[in-house]
Each structure stands twice: as structure tokens, then as C-alpha cells.
Ligand binder design. Structure first.
Ligand code: 9MJ
Length: 678
């Protein structure tokens, strides 16, 4: 039976609603309805179309998935070539670009539209009268591949343009990419299924888009950002690039919110710096920023040189991945004796620094990536993370083929202390059995003890710990508290002033919290969160030390392995001795600080901001104590701030507080408020 007028109208209503919610969810990241409601709408439309196949239009959201696999992609000739951009790698090259623009356009400062340079795959999407008709890859710039069926599975790409005023024909140019989190999830699932992992989000996006079976593409989460146009027919073109993008956004095409309009070289470079700083926290990879002359008439006057526009340039960030050679694989001994293989690399400039080492994590990782000495590898360094070997370049493996690298075969004994190395059944890591006899483990234990989130001994770094252990000045954490300023002043890179500072920092660390103290002990499998849970649950160190293993498992998130590690630690006589010595030396904490019920305590309902360095307590501790008094600690000063606590060298937050007339406390005043005398 043919569809009634009512059903026809309902189908159209559903299509519009579903596309609207796709836009809210995938473009704005601000869904209005729960997933279940969205699913109901889609199901209702599917049912309607199943009953009345004549209602099934090609631009219905039900058609996004389910197209049959192709034998091959059809070729698409680009009406306007999809050109690439010239690159700039330095500020000088950016200044030269701006100079060339001004030579052609006049001396006035030029306005630029600036945007992130997405590291994905360029595509062109054609809309006729506002309806998606085709999507193609860039290919060689003149001819690409028709990947329409795959692009339709990308929910951020609208099947219809919203609102009125769409051109008769519009070709939107932009980049298909995979968000970092979706890339991680995809690789986790590839790993779980024993399939090959993707090297980076770009490759994952490319591999997903160039699938002959759209159902595979549909199972991958791809994103899209529009950054330009190929065709724009039938309606007047806005005067600037920024306004073109605004139009695209109004039609509900995804346009990245990080775009700006700036003036002159100074504006370009400020944007470059801002985006460079934002890069690690962006949800997607970018490999630079793009500058485009904003005025489209000026763009037309500038025209093209060979294959790239003269009106635009990509300012690249330092590469985050480079190829280099593994000269050797060495092992490092960690705090718990774990032997971590480290690749020694031919120095290579990547992520803005010269990298000579990259972690290989453990034997399983070496096996999975099959890294061998002499191999050429892709090294990655993103943000502040430790450089990593991403993959081997198989074509460059030397002849004769080097042997597989086996940690245990290479190091039957610890390279530092000569103790036996073992790898437990089912364990990923091989370990030195030397315990605190092993200087490497001792050093790492000390560094952990002193680290910011543990006892927070400022200034006790690696170089210093090396000297202290190598000269037998410190054997365990308790020895730190017996160090004399003169002993320290005699060490390399240590003057009297830094020795005094370190002594003061050691002294200050004596006052701590139970959670920090437990964490600082470096008990295997006990991280910061577990330490906090243990402190809260047991309330005192004595109770924790003397508790049977079953009671340990009563703590939320403590399973048999963690419980066993804790029990083992406190069974060791020398661990108990060190704890005794630490308390003897004056290390103390307030046991089980009673948490005030919400709305009580001297700082109940107050918001405090900390700035500068306090003499008698660390920032973490101040935060804990303010919270224990019912207050909240915020990161920035506003009119709503009740107190700014200012220590030494307080900066802009103090100025802001003065400007806003917010109460300012020094340390003594804070302690007084907390109910303690300074
Ligand atoms: C990228 N990859 O993000 C262009 N691009 O403009 C941006 N690429 C481009 N623009 C003209 N933001 C040709 C390529």
C-alpha cells in the first residue's frame, strides 16, 4: 500500500530531526536527546521506509550505512584542482610569505584567516541544491576516488545542508580525520582481536576511508572539518574566506572552532604559538597552522604558482614522527627492579627536540613491534611524552637479518648489581631480584620517595640521587633526614645556597599526610589513589601495617594482587626498620584527619586560590587542609574568590586579587583561619 500523506510527512520530519541531532552530537558535541531517543527516531524511520520503500530517498539518514562493497572506486575528475599548500618552517619564511603578499597587494597590513592544519585526508564534498551527491578524495589533485558511500558513514557530514540559500552547486573542501581518542580505542580493539594496529590517527583515517566495504568504514569513527570550497554556483560568494566558512557552519557543515582572523605577521606568529601550546590538548592531531589571505578578491589577484596558491601557506610544527636507526638496545632498572628496554637511537630531531633514546616498555612490546638492533624505526615524540618507537620500517632491515632481541637471554643477571633476573609466569616484565641491594632500585626508590606527589622534596633530582647513592651517603629514605649541609655542599653542582635549600626542603617534607607517606614507600602496585584509599580506610599507619591480608581486601579497589604486595612489603624487616627510622627522624602527619560534613568547618563554602610558594607546607598540603576545613581551592581569581593565599614570589594572581579587592592571606593568616597557630 502506498504511503499516506501523513506517513510521507512523518518520514520527512524524522529525516530532518535525525540530521539535526547528528549535527548537535557530531558537530557541536552538544547532544539534546539521549542516545536511546535518537535510536528510536532512526528505527521509526527505518520501519516507515521498510513498509513504504518509495519513501526511501537517497539522502535519507537510513542510507548512511549498508551500501554494498565495491570492486573498486570510480575515478572523479575535480572541477577545480585540489591543490596542496606550500610550507613554511620558520618565522623568516612566514615573514617572506607576508612580504610577497604585500608586494602584490599594496603596503597595508594584510588580514589573514588562520586555521589549524589538520593531519588527515583531503576530500571534496559536492552538494547540489543542498543535497549531498558525491564525495571524493584528493588523489593527485586533478583526479580522485569516489568514496561517497564511505563519507556518508561520517555522521558529522550532513546529507542535506540546513536552512535556505544553499548554492545550486557547492563543493566543500576539508579534511577527514580520526580523533585521538577514537584512534586509541580502535587500536585497543585491533590489539584485542589480534589484528594489526595503526601507526597514527592519519593512517587510521586513511585506511578507514579507503575501504571498499562501507560497513568497515561505518565501524570506524571518523571526523570531518571543512576549510574551503571548490565550487560555489548560483548565489553570490561572500567577500572573505572567514565569511565563507561562517556560511558553511550555518549550513551545519563542521567548521573547526579554532579558526581566527588576524592581522600582519605578528598576528600570524601569535596564532602559531597559541596553537602550538594548545596542540597536546586538542582532540585531534594537527601538523601546523594554515594562513590564508582573508579577502577573496585579493586571493584571486595573487593567484597560483605551479601547484600551490600564492595566497596561502602552511606553517608547520616540528615533526612529531621521524625515522632513525636503533644503534643498540639497553636495559634500565626501575624502582621495582623491572628491566625496561631502551632503544639507543641515532640522534634525530623530532617534536622540537633531539631524541637519542626511546622506551621499548617490555619484552612483549619488543616482540609485538619486532624491534631489533640495527633496524630503522619510526620514533614519535608528542608534547611532553617520553619518545616512543612506533614501528619498524621492514624494508630497511639490515642484511644479514639481526637476531630477535631477548631481554632474559641478554641479561640473565642485573646489569647494575649482578642479581638474578626473572620473569614471572604471565608477567610482561623481567625483574632484577636484588631489591634494595641493587643501587639502581635504591636510586629509583629515593626519587619516588622525594617526588612531588609523594614527600615532595623539592630539588632532589636524579643527578643528586646518583651521587648520594654512589658515594654511599644515602642508602634508604631515612638517611636523607640525617644529611648535613656540609656533606651536600661538597657534591658536584652543589653550592652552599642550594645545599641549604635542599636541607630546608627535606625539613619541610617531614610534615606530610598519611596518604602521601604510604605512596612514598613505593609499595608495588600501590599508586597514589590506592594510597589515599588505604589512608582513609585504616586511618593510621599502625593499623595498616598490622592488618591481615583479608582486611586489606575490604578496601575498595584492592584485590588479591595489591593486597599481597602490601602484605609482602610490611613483612620485610628492613622496610619496617626504614619506616621506624623515618618517624624517628621526625616525619609525621595528622592521622585520619576528620572530614567535616559539608557546610561546616572554618572555611565552609569559601573559595580560596593559592599563589606563590608557602614556606611551611606544599601546595598540595595547603589544598588538602583547606578542603578539610570545608573550603574549595580554585585555579584562578575572580570576584567569587573569598581568599587568595599568597606565598613568596606570588605573581599575577596576587595582582588580580588586589585589583578585585579580594581578601589576601599570608601563610600565618591561613594557619590562623584553619584553626592552627603559625
Ligand atoms: C588542512 N590540511 O587543514 C587547507 N588545510 O587550503 C587547511 N588544508 C588547504 N586548509 C587550500 N586548513 C588547500 C589546502
Amino acid at each position: 500500500m502506498a504511503a499516506s500523506a501523513l506517513e510521507r510527512r512523518r518520514a520527512e520530519e524524522l529525516r530532518q530531526a535525525i540530521e539535526y541531532h547528528n549535527w548537535r552530537y557530531y558537530v557541536l558535541d552538544a547532544p539534546e536527546i539521549p542516545d536511546a531517543e535518537y535510536d528510536r527516531l532512526l528505527r521509526e524511520l527505518e520501519d516507515l521506509e521498510a513498509r513504504h520503500p518509495e519513501l526511501r530517498s537517497t539522502d535519507s539518514p537510513t542510507q548512511r550505512v549498508g551500501a554494498a562493497p565495491l570492486a573498486q572506486f570510480a575515478e572523479v575528475a575535480h572541477g577545480t584542482p585540489m591543490l596542496s599548500l606550500n610550507n613554511a618552517f620558520s618565522e623568516g619564511e612566514v615573514a617572506a610569505f607576508d612580504r610577497r603578499v604585500r608586494e602584490a597587494t599594496g603596503p597595508a597590513e594584510v588580514e589573514y584567516a588562520v586555521e589549524p592544519k589538520f593531519d588527515g585526508l583531503a576530500v571534496g564534498l559536492t552538494y547540489d541544491d543542498g543535497r549531498f551527491v558525491q564525495g571524493a578524495t584528493r588523489g593527485d589533485g586533478y583526479t580522485g576516488e569516489d568514496v561517497s558511500a564511505n563519507l556518508l558513514t561520517v555522521r558529522a557530514i550532513p546529507m542535506r545542508l540546513a536552512g535556505a540559500g544553499a548554492p545550486r552547486r557547492l563543493e566543500v573542501r576539508g579534511e577527514v580525520l580520526m580523533l585521538k581518542k577514537d584512534f586509541e580505542a580502535l587500536n585497543a580493539s585491533q590489539r584485542a582481536r589480534g589484528e594489526k594496529e595503526f601507526v597514527n590517527p592519519r593512517n587510521a583515517a586513511a585506511g578507514s576511508l579507503r575501504q571498499l566495504d562501507p560497513r568497515i568504514t561505518a565501524s570506524r569513527r571518523l571526523a570531518f572539518f571543512a576549510y574551503g570550497i571548490g565550487a560555489w554556483e548560483g548565489v553570490p560568494l561572500p567577500p572573505t574566506h572567514a565569511e565563507v566558512l561562517a556560511k558553511l557552519a550555518a549550513w551545519r557543515l563542521p567548521v573547526n572552532p579554532e579558526r581566527r582572523v588576524v592581522k600582519g605577521v605578528a598576528g600570524l606568529l601569535a596564532y602559531y604559538r597559541d596553537m602550538g601550546a594548545a596542540r597536546p590538548t586538542l582532540p585531534f592531531d594537527i601538523d601546523g597552522v594554515v594562513y590564508k589571505v582573508n579577502d577573496l578578491a585579493l586571493q584571486a589577484r595573487l593567484g597560483f604558482v605551479s601547484r600551490a596558491p600564492r595566497f596561502a601557506i602552511a606553517h608547520k610544527f616540528p615533526a612529531q614522527e621521524e625515522m632513525t636507526r636503533v644503534d643498540d638496545i639497553e636495559v634500565q632498572v626501575g624502582r621495582t627492579g623491572a628491566l625496561t628496554p631502551v632503544a639507543r637511537l641515532q640522534p634525530v630531531f623530532v617534536g622540537g627536540v633531539t631524541v637519542t633514546n626511546a622506551t621499548l616498555h617490555n619484552q612483549d612490546e619488543i616482540d609485538r613491534k619486532d624491534v631489533r638492533i640495527g633496524d630503522w624505526v619510526i620514533v614519535r615524540r608528542a608534547g611532553d611524552v617520553i619518545p616512543e618507537v612506533v614501528s619498524v620500517v621492514p624494508a630497511r632491515r639490515p642484511h644479514p637479518t639481526p637476531p630477535r632481541f631477548d631481554i632474559l637471554a641478554r641479561h640473565p643477571v642485573c646489569p647494575v648489581c649482578g642479581s638474578r633476573v626473572v620473569r614471572g609466569e604471565g608477567e610482561a616484565v623481567a625483574r632484577c631480584t636484588g631489591g634494595l641491594y641493587c643501587p639502581a632500585q635504591r636510586k629509583q626508590a629515593l626519587l619516588h620517595f622525594a617526588s612531588r606527589r609523594a614527600m615532595d622534596v623539592e630539588g632532589l633530582g636524579e643527578k643528586l640521587v646518583d651521587q648520594l647513592v654512589d658515594r654511599s651517603l644515602v642508602g634508604n629514605p631515612a638517611d636523607l633526614y640525617a644529611l648535613a649541609p656540609d656533606t651536600l655542599a661538597g657534591l658536584e653542582r652543589m653550592g652552599k645556597k642550594s645545599a641549604d635549600n635542599l636541607i630546608a626542603a627535606i625539613e619541610a617534607s617531614k610534615h606530610t599526610t598519611l596518604a602521601r607517606f604510604i605512596f612514598s614507600l613505593g609499595i608495588r602496585n600501590v599508586g597514589e589513589a590506592t594510597a589515599r584509599d588505604l589512608a582513609k580506610h585504616f586511618g593510621s599507619l599502625d593499623a595498616l601495617m598490622n592488618t591481615p591480608i583479608e582486611s586489606l581486601m575490604a578496601v575498595p579497589d584492592v584485590g588479591p594482587i595489591v593486597a599481597q604486595s602490601i602484605a609482602d612489603f610490611f613483612l620485610e624487616g628492613h622496610n619496617r626498620k626504614v619506616i621506624g627510622a623515618l618517624q624517628e627522624a621526625g616525619v609525621h602527619w595528622t592521622e585520619n584527619p576528620p572530614q567535616p560534613p559539608p557546610g561546616s568547618g572554618p572555611l565552609a563554602g569559601m573559595t580560596c586560590v593559592l599563589t606563590g610558594t608557602l614556606a611551611g607546607m606544599s601546595r598540595e598540603e595547603a589544598k588538602t587542609r583547606i578542603e578539610a576545613a570545608g573550603g574549595k581551592v580554585a585555579g584562578s581569581v575572580s570576584k567569587k574568590t573569598d581568599y587568595v593565599v599568597a606565598g613568596a614570589d606570588a605573581g599575577s594572581k596576587l595582582t588580580k586579587a588586589q585589583e578585585l579587592g579580594v581578601n589576601i592571606l599570608d601563610e600565618a593568616a591561613l594557619l590562623a583561619l584553619l584553626g592552627k597557630k603559625a
